[in-house]
Design a protein around this ligand. Structure first.
Ligand code: FES
Length: 106
């Protein structure tokens, strides 16, 4: 699926991420700065924090409780659209998804 990553400085990267992969992995594999993914997707770091674009906010499966708890640890401001990008698994329905990256992950 085509995923658009918008860096904090406004730079946009449109990346084709394979189904079954996640949004964090797609960023790391394509050298996008702004997502760290320190724990490798284990819901243990919150350095994969992103903001789902408003247009997509209601179209993703809801976050689980562990993700919500870990979002408390995110460095940047937490918003209603905050997600941990390692928990957003790509499927064809997410083609065109836009995520915004926070100013910092630490
Ligand atoms: Fe660590 Fe997502 S990569 S919580």
């Amino acid at each position: 699926a085509s995923i658009t990553y918008v860096e904090f400085n406004g730079a946009q990267h449109v990346i084709n991420v394979a189904d079954g992969d996640n949004v964090m992995r797609g960023a790391l594999d394509n050298g996008i700065e702004g997502i760290i993914g320190e724990c490798g997707g284990g819901l243990a770091c919150a350095t994969c924090h992103c903001y789902v674009d408003d247009a997509w906010a209601d179209r993703l499966p809801a976050p689980g409780q562990t993700e919500l708890d870990m979002l408390e640890c995110a460095s940047a401001e937490r918003k209603a659209t905050s997600r941990l990008s390692c928990q957003i698994v790509i499927d064809p329905a997410l083609d065109g998804l836009v995520v915004h990256l926070p100013e910092t992950q630490y």
